[in-house]
Design a protein around this ligand. Structure first.
Ligand code: PEP
Ligand code: MG
Length: 877
C-alpha cells in the first residue's frame, strides 16, 4: 500500500535526507536531523505525492490519507504526552509547506493550530502566562484567516492598528492581555465579514483546512512565477509538515533566530545569524523588529550558544555544505526547526567551495560542481569606480553585494513596466519592505532598497538568490508611496531620480555613480583553474575589436570564435565608404570604395591578430542586414549625394530599390559575397595581408576565414574558390606559408541537413544558433518581442529560445549537422558562436554532442569555462 505520511521524533525518523523528492527539502532535513540526534520538535510530513494526487484528482485526496494522518497524530500525542484539541493542556502544531527546491516566502505557513476559545484558557493556565496564550491565539486566527481563508492581510492589520490607536501604543508587545482578547474577537469578526464563515473551533477541522491551504498554495500565481524565474521544474509538488509548536515568545528565557553556518554574503567561515528574545520566528523573517547579531547570544545565553555552535559543526560535517538553520529557544531549551542548504551570494559560493576543499570536506570536482554557473554571472559584474565622487545619502545593511544604479520606482509594477517599455532601463525598487508579490519587480530592477528588515528579511534573501544588489533596513529612509518620493533627513528623492546602491557596503548614493568592470581573481580564479582541468570543450570568444579580444584574454579565452566584420564597418571613418560601396553605380565605383576600405580592414585584423598572438581567430565575411548601412534620413542622403556628385533623387531611388521587406532573410551573408564578390576579395586580402604582416613580426597567426549564411554547397564552393584565389595570391607574393582554414557557419536549416555536402568544401563549422533558431522556429529575430514574452508566461515555451538553445528542436539540427559533417570530413572542427555559447545549459548540450569549442561574449567566458567543466564531470559520473 502506498505510504503518504512519514513520522519524525523520539530520536528516530521514517525519512532521510535522500528523500527530498517526496518529503520536500524541509521534511527530509527534519527527518535527517532527528536521526542525527539533533533536538527537533517532533511531527510528521505528508508527502509530495499527495500534492500530485491532489492536482490530478480535482483537488481531492487519496482515500487512505486521513487514516494515516490520524495514526501519526496519535503517535505525536503519545510522544508529547499531550492531546490535540485538549482543553487543559493542548498539543499545538504548525503546518508548513516544503517542496524539494527551496522557495523562500512563496508557500504559506500556519502556526498554533489546536487553539480555540477553550484551549486558550488551558494553555494560559498551563504556561502560567495569560498574555502569551492570547497572543498565540490571535496569531492563529490571523494566519488562519489570511492563509487558509484568503482574507487580505491588511484587514487584520487595520484591526490591530485600531486597537493600538485606542490604547495609544506603538508596538504589538505593548498590548495587554485584555487588548489581545479584544483583538481575537475583532479578528474573528473580520473573518466572519470577509470570508462569510466562522473561525473553526474544532482543531481537526483547523488542521484539515490548513493542510488543504498548503497544497492549494502550490499553484498560486506567485508560486508559479517563482518557479518560472528560478527554472524549478519536474517537482511533484509541495509536502506538508505538521510539527509540534515550540515557542520563542514565552518570556526572557525564550527567543528565536536564524543562523548560517558561514557568512552567506562573503562566505567567511564565521557563525553568522540573528535572533530576537521573546519573539516568534515570523518576527525575524518579516523584518518587523530589527534582530540582534548572533554573536550577542554568546553573552546572553552562553550554554545555548555553545549547543548551537556544536550543531553548526555537526550539520556542516554531515551535509558538507553551508547550512541555513532556524532555531527557537523555549524557556531555556534549544530546538532546531529546520536546516537547509543556505542561499549565498556568488562570491560566498566560490569562497565556501574553495575553503571546504582546503579543509578536506569536499574535493576539487565537488567544488567545481557546486558553483551555479548562472549565479556566477553575478560575479562578473561591475563595481563602483573607487575614484568616483560619491555623495552618500544613507547606510543600511549590505544584504546582497554588487553595484547598481537606476531611477527610483516605488512599486514592483512600475519596475516591470519600465523594463517592458525599454529593456535597457535601469531602475531601483525602493520599498518599506518587500513581499512575495514583488518578485517580478525585484527581478526587473537593478537593485532593491528597503527601509525595514534585517539580513534575513524577504528582500535580503530573495535579492541574494537573484543576484540583485540589495540594501535593506535603511531606517532613516521615510517613504511616501502616495507622493512617490522618499526623504532622508532634509533630502528628498523623487520617482525617476537616479540613485546608486553598493550592496557590499550597504551604502546608498545620490545620482549615477560610474562603475568599472570586475576582474577574475582569488578564489574565482582557483575554481576556474580547477574547471579547466576537467573540461573538454575549448572556450573562445566573440570579439570584433582588439579591446574585446584583450578583455576575453584576461578571462582566458582560447581564441576568437567569431569576429563580426560588419561591426567594423560602422566606424565613423569608414561608414561613408561602406555606403558608397553599396550605392555604387558600377563595379568600378565599388572597387574604388573597397580600395579605401582595404587598409582600414587590414589594420583592424593586425590589431586582432596581435592581441590573440598564438591563438586561432575566426573572421567572418561581411554579414549585414543591409538596411542598417543605407542612408535613410534626408540629411545623410543629401550629404551622400553631394560627395558622390549625384542627384539626391538617385540616392533615394537606390535606397528605395534596395529596401527589403524582411532584411533578416534578405541580401545577407554569402548572398552579398556572391552578388558582389569584390567585397569578399577585399576582406580575404585584408585578412591575409594582415596575417603576413603579423607573421613577419613574429606574431603567430591562425586565421580561419568564415563564410556566413550558407544554405547550399554550391554557394560555399563559389566563395571558397574566390577566397582561395586571393589567399594564394597574397601568400605567393609574400613568399610565405601560413596555415589557414576556410569554413562556414551552419545557421540555415538546409545547411544543417546537407552538412555532408557542405563539409566536402568547408574546413570547419561554426553553428550560428541565433539564425538557426530564427529560421528553425520561423521567428524573426527582430520581431519576437511582440509575442515571445506571452509565450513564456503562458508556458507555450519554457524559455526564450534565443537565450537557451531549444535542444529538442534546434538541437536536432545541430546534431544532424555535426554527424553529417563528420561523415564526409572526419574530425572537422566544430564550434558554436550564437548567444547560446555562453549559456550554461546550452554549453552542456554542446559538450554532449561533441563540439570542439564554444564561443561567447568576453564576460561570459568564465561562465562557459565552468559550465563546460560541469558538463564533463556530469558525463563522467
Ligand atoms: C548566429 O546567427 O548565431 C550568429 C552568430 O550570427 P549573427 O548573430 O551575427 O547573425
Ligand atoms: Mg547569423
Amino acid at each position: 500500500m502506498a505510504k503518504y505520511v512519514y513520522f519524525f521524533g523520539g530520536g528516530a525518523a521514517e525519512g532521510t535526507a535522500e528523500m527530498k523528492h517526496i518529503l520536500g527539502g524541509k521534511g527530509a532535513n527534519l527527518a535527517e536531523m532527528t536521526n542525527l540526534g539533533i533536538t527537533v520538535p517532533p511531527g510528521f510530513t505528508i508527502s509530495t505525492e499527495v500534492c500530485k494526487y491532489y492536482y490530478e484528482h480535482d483537488r481531492t485526496y487519496p482515500g487512505a490519507l486521513q487514516q494515516e494522518i490520524d495514526e501519526n497524530l496519535a503517535k505525536l500525542e503519545n510522544e508529547m504526552g499531550k492531546k490535540f484539541g485538549d482543553q487543559n493542556d493542548p498539543l499545538l502544531v504548525s503546518v508548513r509547506s516544503g517542496a524539494a527546491a527551496s522557495m523562500p516566502g512563496m508557500m504559506d505557513t500556519v502556526l498554533n493550530l489546536g487553539l480555540n476559545d477553550k484551549a486558550v484558557l488551558g494553555l494560559a493556565a498551563k504556561a502560567g502566562n495569560e498574555r502569551f496564550a492570547w497572543d498565540a491565539y490571535r496569531r492563529l486566527v490571523n494566519m488562519f484567516g489570511d492563509v487558509v481563508l484568503g482574507v487580505p492581510h491588511e484587514e487584520f492589520e487595520h484591526a490591530m492598528d485600531k486597537i493600538k490607536k485606542q490604547r495609544k501604543v506603538k508596538l504589538d508587545t505593548e498590548l495587554t492581555t485584555e487588548d489581545l482578547k479584544k483583538l481575537v474577537e475583532d479578528y474573528k469578526a473580520v473573518i466572519k465579514s470577509k470570508a462569510k464563515r466562522d473561525f473553526p473551533q474544532n482543531p481537526r477541522e483547523q488542521l484539515h483546512y490548513a493542510i488543504d491551504a498548503v497544497f492549494g498554495s502550490w499553484e498560486t500565481p506567485r508560486a508559479r512565477r517563482y518557479r518560472e524565474l528560478n527554472r524549478i521544474r519536474g517537482l511533484l509538488g509541495t509536502a506538508v509538515n505538521v510539527q509540534t509548536m515550540v515557542f520563542g515568545n514565552m518570556g526572557e528565557s525564550s527567543g528565536t533566530g536564524v543562523c548560517f553556518t558561514r557568512d552567506p554574503s562573503t562566505g567567511e567561515n564565521y557563525f553568522y545569524g540573528e535572533f530576537l528574545i521573546n519573539a516568534q520566528g515570523e518576527d525575524v523573517v518579516a523584518g518587523i523588529r530589527t534582530p540582534e547579531p548572533l554573536q550577542d547570544l554568546k553573552t546572553l545565553m552562553p550554554a545555548i550558544y555553545d549547543e548551537l555552535e556544536s550543531y553548526r559543526q555537526k550539520l556542516e560535517r554531515h551535509y558538507k555544505d553551508m547550512q541555513d538553520v532556524e532555531f527557537t529557544i523555549q524557556e531555556g531549551r534549544l530546538f532546531i526547526l529546520q536546516t537547509r542548504t543556505g542561499k549565498r551570494t556568488a562570491a560566498a559560493a566560490v569562497k565556501i567551495a574553495v575553503d571546504m576543499e582546503k579543509d578536506g570536506l569536499i574535493d576539487e570536482k565537488a567544488a567545481v560542481r557546486r558553483i551555479d554557473p548562472y549565479q556566477m554571472e553575478q560575479l562578473l559584474h561591475d563595481r563602483f569606480d573607487p575614484k568616483a565622487k560619491k555623495e552618500k545619502l544613507t547606510t543600511g545593511l549590505p544584504a546582497s553585494p554588487g553595484a547598481a544604479k537606476g531611477k527610483v520606482v516605488f512599486t514592483a509594477d512600475d519596475a516591470e513596466a519600465a523594463v517592458e517599455k525599454d529593456p535597457g532601463a535601469e531602475v531601483i525598487l525602493v520599498r518599506i519592505e518587500t513581499s512575495p508579490e514583488d518578485i517580478g519587480g525585484m527581478h526587473a530592477a537593478q537593485g532593491i532598497l528597503t527601509a525595514r528588515g534585517g539580513m534575513t528579511s524577504h528582500a535580503a534573501v530573495v535579492g541574494r538568490g537573484m543576484g540583485k544588489t540589495c540594501v535593506v533596513g535603511c531606517s532613516n529612509v521615510e517613504i511616501d508611496y502616495k507622493a512617490k518620493k522618499f526623504k532622508v533627513g532634509n533630502k528628498v528623492v523623487k520617482q525617476g531620480d537616479w540613485i546608486s546602491l553598493d550592496g557590499s557596503l550597504g551604502e546608498v548614493y545620490v545620482g549615477k555613480v560610474p562603475t568599472i568592470p570586475f576582474e577574475v581573481s582569488g578564489n574565482l580564479d582557483i575554481i576556474l583553474q580547477w574547471a579547466d582541468k576537467y573540461r573538454k570543450l575549448k572556450v573562445r570568444t566573440n570579439a570584433d575589436t582588439p579591446v574585446d579580444a584583450k578583455t576575453a584574454l584576461k578571462f582566458k579565452a582560447e581564441g576568437i570564435g567569431l569576429c563580426r566584420t560588419e561591426h567594423m564597418f560602422f566606424a565613423e571613418d569608414r561608414i561613408y565608404w561602406v555606403r558608397r560601396m553599396i550605392l555604387a553605380a558600377d563595379d568600378k565605383e565599388r572597387r574604388d570604395s573597397l580600395k579605401k576600405l582595404l587598409p582600414m580592414q587590414r589594420k583592424d585584423f593586425v590589431g586582432i591578430f596581435t592581441a590573440m598572438n598564438g591563438l586561432p581567430v575566426t573572421i567572418r565575411m561581411l554579414d549585414p542586414p543591409l538596411h542598417e548601412f543605407l542612408p535613410h534620413d534626408d540629411k545623410t542622403q543629401k550629404e551622400m549625394a553631394a560627395t558622390m556628385g549625384i542627384n539626391v533623387k538617385e540616392i533615394k531611388a537606390k535606397v528605395e530599390s534596395m529596401s527589403e521587406l524582411n532584411p533578416m532573410l534578405g541580401l545577407r551573408g554569402c548572398r552579398l559575397g556572391i552578388t558582389w564578390p569584390e567585397i569578399t576579395d577585399m576582406q580575404a586580402r585584408a585578412i591575409m595581408e594582415a596575417a603576413v604582416a603579423c607573421s613577419k613580426k613574429g606574431i603567430k597567426v591562425f586565421p580561419e576565414i568564415m563564410v556566413p549564411l550558407i544554405g547550399t554547397a554550391a554557394e560555399m564552393k563559389f566563395l571558397k574558390e574566390r577566397i582561395e584565389g586571393v589567399v594564394q595570391e597574397v601568400l605567393s607574393k609574400a613568399g610565405m606559408k601560413i596555415d589557414y582554414l576556410i569554413g562556414t557557419m551552419i545557421e540555415i536549416p538546409r545547411a544543417a541537413l546537407t552538412a555532408d555536402e557542405i563539409a566536402e568544401i568547408a574546413q570547419f563549422f561554426s553553428f550560428g544558433t541565433n539564425d538557426l533558431t530564427q529560421m528553425g522556429f520561423g521567428y524573426s529575430r527582430d520581431d519576437v518581442g511582440t509575442f515571445l514574452p506571452g509565450y513564456i508566461s503562458k508556458g507555450i515555451l519554457p524559455d526564450d529560445p534565443f537565450q537557451r538553445l531549444d535542444q529538442a528542436g534546434i538541437g536536432q539540427l545541430v546534431q544532424i549537422g555535426i554527424e553529417k559533417g563528420r561523415k564526409t570530413r572526419p574530425g572537422i572542427k566544430v564550434g558554436i558562436s550564437g548567444e547560446h555559447g555562453g549559456d550554461p545549459d546550452s554549453v552542456e548540450f554542446c559538450h554532449r554532442v561533441g563540439m570542439n569549442y564554444v564561443s561567447c561574449s568576453p564576460f561570459r567566458v568564465p561562465v562557459a569555462r565552468l559550465a563546460a567543466a560541469q558538463a564533463a564531470l556530469k558525463q563522467s559520473k
